[in-house]
Design a protein around this ligand. Structure first.
Ligand code: 0A1
Ligand code: ZN
Length: 878
């Protein structure tokens, strides 16, 4: 906690560590109140570092130090210095053994970093800097050591004791306790250390790797959750096979363990051989988890598994390089999900996420490059920029190199740097070395923040049969970066003839045309002119296909061309994008003029897509979903909160009314006939069915209401149940509260389902929602100590209910600031994350600006504030 201004760390200040730690031996006497940690570290000078004066400063926080010894000689307190964040030893030998003994208090650890209690279990979270809350250490990712860990605990209370690597010893002690030792043969940074103690059950399976290693796979959960681990296990096996086939990566230990915990700040953690997961990303049964949950589990299980190579075997030199492991691993999990599901739909979902979260971040006060130059608190930099834009940078390199060279480059990366802690520059160098390409300019994507705009103009010359494009890059300044440089990017394009066929493209000066289809061109300059020749008829351009670069394309399509693309384009992203632009146009007119008519061609096109028998239903559901209120706000100079809400509600109503018949048919045609399965086909049917129901309910359609009631009462799966509940709650009247009560009674013993129950109420569009949410803070099931619960109520209200959160009187802002102030002393990471909902205050009208700013100032005025919350709040008002 800080009273003074915390100082930022700078990337340019990186120095190799003066000391290295080769081996770590840890012994834990586990007790939730008082755990004893004894550590033996083999320390030596780093020959690659400049020689200092022999001072060794170890990181350590919230540790009660009991003993320190060097080479077996106990030090007196005069021989070391303890500060709140460190232990300093002077004039240490060049090579020595350091023994320390500390006490820690897991049950008081509400920040969920280091060793903490979750329910009846004990678990750790060490990324990024949690290991320093376990023991004194050089807690930085470029210090890699081999670990041997011994866990001692009461056998009744903690029958299962896990850590990284292989189990090497297990025995009973004579006082009712037992002891288990683990050894991890791979050197690893401290952030990948983990331990678990609890009364857990496991499902077990096996996997044989391509080279014949037999691996035991285990998923540990509380015993009553044992019947919801199958999907996670299937996902794991799929991911293991896929990584062998697609990237040539095999698993390297004899056991792979996953543990689900109910208190977790993030999604999951890739600790070597012992992944710890937020239970939301493990547990799924048809009646308790939605399709989205099932897909999320598959993606996150794969993500953590893929980290074993992109993250663990090869890790980050320092935390500025976080995207080295996260961007690459997100790219890998995106490709996995695309291969096992539907590629077009996955791309649209990823683009939607990027636009909804990363683009706003990139234009707000916390904008930062994928490889930041400075930070105050690294926990604030687990962002959409580092993760999702980082993945786009890897994707662009894959596009520029093509599949064969990209694979050659990743092979080179994995062999060249196995066992090392490296940088994003090292990654790009592998792309260059394997392909012979020059990516010097491309590197700017890592160092420069901000989303480029591509302004595109086209001209068709019928007489010369040419089609020319003028493409201009524009990148707005971001905090601390007033000047920008042009970027190197792949620009995928096709030109469609009037029948929707792709033309063969030949640029002026090229000897001959390639096959018809997409061409990937490369842009490097502020301005690029392209001229395609032999274009016999005015084509419709399909631009930035597959979203080939994380930019905002601006092209003045006329409505007919968009309707054409919506109907004919074979590129999923481009179809979805055409629908989005059309919807945005209609909604923008309705926002400024509530009396505006909805154009008939728009309704016809919507109807055409709705009843299109040939398109993947999952993609149709994406295409036919209206842009969210937040994304509509992002398109405006100043967000018109009420106008957007009114227009979007009205358009839903109009479509529901005009297309009632078709919507009812779609609903009926897509009813589930088979037992629940989270297959792409079945997920698509449910998505389209529930989309249709949503429009019908928006229009107050009586048959729709009857269907919704029946669906709520009879649903055989959580996807349908929660969709119906949400619609009933938004519908109003007595029905909503009654359905909520019934739902609560049925699921009161299921925390993950109760999270949904809170969220449905927090995101209700009804006027009294803030009052209801405030009331729910006092519900016996609400707790500020459980991050999932906080996100389901407070997070959902502040980020997914713009009409109510941005209430003109500032009540939503006050509510959020109150929660941030309450949470900050308990869990700074979650407090700082929530606060991000307030920081884009400049996007609103003067009245709201003043109210939002005032709340941020109120937070800043608090007597004590974590560095996490301080950094977000202070950057917001800079
Ligand atoms: N490396 C994990 C994410 C993660 C980051 C920080 C955490 O605690 C502060 C926990 C998890 C991943 O990318 O999955
Ligand atoms: Zn990750």
């Amino acid at each position: 906690m800080y009273r003074d201004t915390p100082h930022p760390l700078h990337r340019r200040d990186y120095r190799p560590p003066e000391f290295l730690i080769d081996h770590v031996e840890l012994r834990f006497d586990l007790d939730p109140d008082r755990t004893r940690v004894e550590a033996t570290l083999q320390v030596r000078r780093n020959p690659a570092a400049t020689r200092g004066d022999g001072t060794l400063r170890l990181d350590g926080e919230q540790l009660d130090l009991e003993e320190v010894a060097i080479d077996g000689h106990r030090l007196s307190p005069a021989e070391y210095r303890v500060e709140p964040d460190s232990l300093t030893l002077q004039r240490v030998p060049d090579r020595f053994r350091l023994d320390t003994r500390v006490r820690i208090h897991p049950n008081l650890n509400t920040a969920l970093e280091g060793l903490y209690q979750s329910g009846d279990m004990l678990c750790t979270q060490c990324e990024a800097e949690g290991f320093r809350r376990v023991t004194y250490f050089l807690d930085r990712p470029d210090v890699m050591a081999r670990y041997r860990t011994t866990l001692v605990a009461d056998r009744e209370r903690f029958p299962v004791l896990l850590s990284n690597g292989n189990r090497i010893e297990e025995r009973l002690l004579d006082d009712g306790r037992h002891l288990v030792s683990w050894e991890d043969p791979f050197p690893k940074p401290s952030y990948l250390f983990a331990l678990i103690a609890g009364d857990l059950s496991a499902i077990e399976d096996r996997f044989t790797t391509a080279s014949g290693r037999d691996v035991v796979l285990q998923i540990f959960v509380e015993p009553h959750n044992l019947d919801r681990c199958d999907h996670a296990m299937q996902s794991l096996k799929k991911a293991m096979r896929w990584d062998e086939e697609r990237f040539g990566r095999e698993y390297d230990l004899d056991v792979y363990m996953i543990v689900a915990v109910s208190h977790f700040n993030m999604g999951a953690m890739e600790n070597k051989g012992l992944n710890v997961f937020n239970d939301k990303f493990v547990l799924a049964r048809a009646d308790t988890a939605t399709d989205e949950d099932f897909q999320g589990i598959e993606g996150v299980i794969a993500h953590e598994y893929f980290h074993n190579w992109s993250g663990n075997r090869i890790t980050c030199r320092d935390w500025f390089q976080l995207s080295l492991k996260e961007g690459f691993t997100v790219y890998r999990d995106q490709e996995f999900s695309a291969d096992v599901g539907s590629r077009g739909v996955k791309r649209v979902a990823d683009v939607r996420l990027l636009q909804a979260h990363q683009f706003p971040e990139d234009s707000g006060p916390m904008a930062h490059p994928v490889r930041p130059d400075s930070y105050v608190e690294i926990n604030n930099f687990y962002t959409a920029t580092v993760y999702n834009k980082g993945a786009e940078l890897v994707r662009m390199q894959a596009t520029l190199l093509g599949p064969e060279l990209f694979r050659k480059a990743t092979d080179l990366y994995f062999t060249r740097y196995d066992g090392h802690a490296v940088t994003t520059d090292d990654f790009v160098a592998c792309m260059e070395d394997a392909s012979g390409r020059d990516l010097m300019q491309f590197r700017r994507w890592y160092s420069q923040a901000g989303t480029p705009c591509l302004h595109i103009e086209a001209h068709y010359d019928a007489e010369h049969a040419t089609y020319s494009l003028l493409i201009r890059q524009e990148i707005a300044p971001t905090p601390g970066e007033p000047e920008k440089d042009p970027l190197h990017l792949p620009f995928a394009i096709a030109l469609l003839d009037p029948d929707g066929r792709e033309l063969a493209l030949r640029l002026e000066g090229e000897p001959n045309a390639g096959d018809p289809g997409t061409r990937v061109l490369e842009l490097r300059d502020w301005e690029t002119r392209l001229c395609f020749v032999d274009i016999p008829i005015r084509p419709v351009p399909s631009l930035l296909r597959g979203f080939s670069a994380p930019v905002q394309p601006r092209f003045d399509y006329d409505d007919e061309d968009l309707l054409f693309l919506l109907r004919h384009d074979s590129d999923g992203y481009s179809r979805w994008n055409a629908a989005r632009i059309l919807m945005q146009r209609v909604l923008s007119t309705m926002t400024t003029d509530p009396a505006a008519e909805v154009p008939a061609p728009f309704v016809d096109a919507f109807c055409g897509a709705l009843t299109d028998p040939d398109t993947d239903r999952e993609l149709l559901a994406e295409v036919l979903t209206l842009p969210s209120e937040s994304s509509l706000g992002d398109q405006m100079e100043t967000v018109d909160v009420e106008g957007i809400h009114r227009a979007r509600t009205a358009l839903q109503h109009i479509l529901g009314e005009r297309l009632a018949e078709e919507l009812l048919r779609v609903y009926r045609d897509n009813a589930d006939t088979e037992p629940y399965a989270p297959t792409p086909e079945a997920i698509g049917r449910r998505a389209l069915k529930n989309l249709a129901l949503g429009y019908l309910m928006a229009a107050g359609n009586a048959q729709g209401l009857a269907l919704c009631r029946t669906q709520f009462a009879d649903a055989g799966n959580m996807t349908d149940a929660i969709a119906a509940l949400r619609l009933l709650v938004n519908h109003g009247g007595e029905e909503g509260p009654r359905a909520l009560d019934a739902f609560y009674r049925r699921w009161s013993k299921e925390p993950l389902v109760i999270d949904k129950w809170f969220s449905v109420q927090a995101t209700s569009s009804r006027e009294g929602t803030l009052g209801a949410v405030t009331g729910l803070l006092l519900h016996p099931d609400f707790s500020l100590r459980n991050p999932n619960r906080v996100r389901s109520l407070v997070g959902a209200f502040c980020t997914a209910n713009p009409a109510r959160f941005h209430a003109r009187d500032g009540s939503g802002y006050r509510f959020l600031a109150d929660r941030v102030l309450e949470l900050d002393p308990l869990n700074p990471q979650i407090a700082a994350r929530l606060l991000k909902a307030l920081i884009r205050w400049r996007r609103y009208d003067a009245g709201r600006q003043a109210l939002m700013r005032a709340e941020i100032e109120r937070i800043l005025a608090a007597e004590e504030l974590s560095s996490d919350t301080f950094e977000v709040a202070s950057k917001a008002v800079e």
